[in-house]
Every structure is written in C-alpha cells, then in structure tokens.
Write a protein that binds this ligand. Structure first.
Ligand code: SAH
Length: 255
C-alpha cells in the first residue's frame, strides 16, 4: 500500500514512522509512505503558507495555492489515488474504515491542515474528509499517523507471523480479552489459573468469555449479531454479574 502525506511538518511524520510495528512494516516493504513538505510548493521567498482570514477574526488560514501546486505535482504521475482531507468535520474514522482502506487499490494521500484550517476551496481537490474523533487538534499530522498506523497493522505480514490483529478490539465486533505476562503473582494479584493450565481449548473459551465480559461492561453498544454460542455465554455472564450485585447489596455496611 502507498500512503502520501502533505504537511508543513514532515519531520513529525518521518520520526513516528521509523519506530515499532509500522517502522518494521515499512522496512519490509509491506507499505510505503511518501512525505511532502507543503513549503516546497510555495512561490514566495518566505515560503509562506498562511494568511489572515477574509471577514476578520482570530487565527490564520492556510492558503489554497501551495496545496493546489502540491496536489497537481503529486497527481502528475497519473496513479490512481484518493485524496483525503483531515478535518474534525469529516466522516468519523474507525476500525471498520481502516479495514475498508486495506482493500483500497488507490494511493491514499493525506492533507494535513494547521491553524484555523485550510481555505474552503481545498474541497475541490479532495475525495474524502475524515476525522479521527470529536475533538480539535492543532494539526492533521497526528490524525494522518493514527490512520496510517491502524491500516498498516492490518496488512498481511505487518505484525510478523507470530502475531495477528484478529483478536484485537473491534475486529470481531467486540473488545479484546485481558492479557497477562510474568510474574505469576504481583502484590497479591494472581494470573487466572486457567492461563497456566496449558489446556488450549479451555483457554480459548475463557478468552472468548472475558472478551464478551469486557464488551458487555465497557461497550455494550458493540454487542450486535452475536452467534448462538456467544449469546449463551453472555446470558451466563449476565446471571453471574447479577448474582454478584445481589450478594454485594446484601452485605452489611461497616461504619
Ligand atoms: N477550525 C477548524 C479546526 C482547525 S484544527 C474546525 O473547527 O473545524 C487544524 C487542523 O488540524 C485541521 O485543518 C485538521 O487538518 C486537523 N485536525 C484537527 N482536529 C482533527 C480531527 N479530530 N480529525 C482530523 N483532523 C483534525
């Protein structure tokens, strides 16, 4: 997969992409990220990319010319691409969209804004507007990295042969199960015995149950289209949780 990022802070993007899973995936050629410095597409000697807003008001607005020059240059190779504007006003990004993008054949080009945003006429150059959540950041660089990272870890081979993203939260419509590593006991807290049993079938069942419990307790809105087997586990969990609530309610209060 090929990604492109157009930004005034190329070093932010390059620095993040050197490390961890994404860094390794890029080194292995599983994906490619090309970063463009918006200032290289300015025509004045100060490499200015912003100006005062028409109509007055606080803050600066990014000018359309450098973006237009850059996008025309990027597009000149004739490759099929999707130009994505990062903006808090865009369609909300999620795991489903990340998965959809892994099937995308076009190059994904991310346009990062700064200041109050980009001159509205940028809309005539873009194919999609995407937001990473209902909050406002200072620039589109983190959103671009969030999106690239979440897509790259889904690409075959990105997590290495030993790992898989299939059990990750949201991948099967519910959250991940709890993870433990050594030591077996820490400050009186023990690793659940079943994980030490070596019984893979029981461990798989426990994990499924705990993933359902996590989802039921933290994100019940995700529980949809459950299989009959999962419905059965969920019913058992509900009666277990209800029983505990009733027992706790019965305990005398010490004061
Ligand atoms: N005034 C604008 C926000 C500008 S923030 C508004 O209220 O809509 C500056 C830049 O940061 C934006 O141009 C965009 O590229 C990026 N940005 C900020 N929050 C974002 C979010 N939640 N998702 C994606 N991009 C975001």
């Amino acid at each position: 997969m090929i990604f492109e990022v157009l930004t005034i802070f190329p070093e932010f993007i390059e620095c993040y992409l050197k490390h961890g899973i994404v860094g390794r995936a890029l080194n292995r050629g599983i994906a490619q990220v090309k970063v463009y410095n918006l200032r290289d597409f300015t025509t004045d000697k100060h490499k200015k990319v912003d100006d005062y807003p028409y109509g007055g008001g606080a803050g600066m607005v990014m000018q359309i010319e450098p973006f237009s020059n850059a996008i025309k240059h990027i597009k000149s190779d004739g490759k099929k691409r999707k130009i994505i504007l990062l903006s808090p006003q865009g369609k909300r990004f999620n795991q489903e969209l990340a998965l959809e993008f892994t099937r995308e054949e076009a190059v994904l080009t991310f346009i990062c804004g700064r200041y109050e945003g980009i001159d509205e006429r940028i809309k005539s150059f873009i194919d999609e507007e995407i937001s990473i959540g209902d909050y406002v950041l200072s620039g589109g660089e983190l959103p671009a990295l969030v999106i690239i990272d979440s897509i790259v870890r889904l690409l075959p081979g990105a997590l290495g042969d030993e790992l898989s993203s299939e059990e990750d939260s949201f991948m099967k419509g519910f959250l991940d199960y709890p993870h433990y590593t050594r030591p077996e006991e820490f400050e009186g807290m023990r690793v659940p015995e079943i994980l030490l049993s070596g019984d893979h079938k029981k461990i798989a069942l426990w994990r499924r149950r705990e993933a359902l419990r996590n989802t039921f307790q933290k994100r019940p809105d995700l529980l949809k289209n459950l299989s009959q087997e999962d419905m059965k586990i969920l019913k058992e969990l509900c009666s277990e949780i209800n029983k505990k609530i009733l027992e706790d309610a019965h305990e005398p209060v010490n004061n």
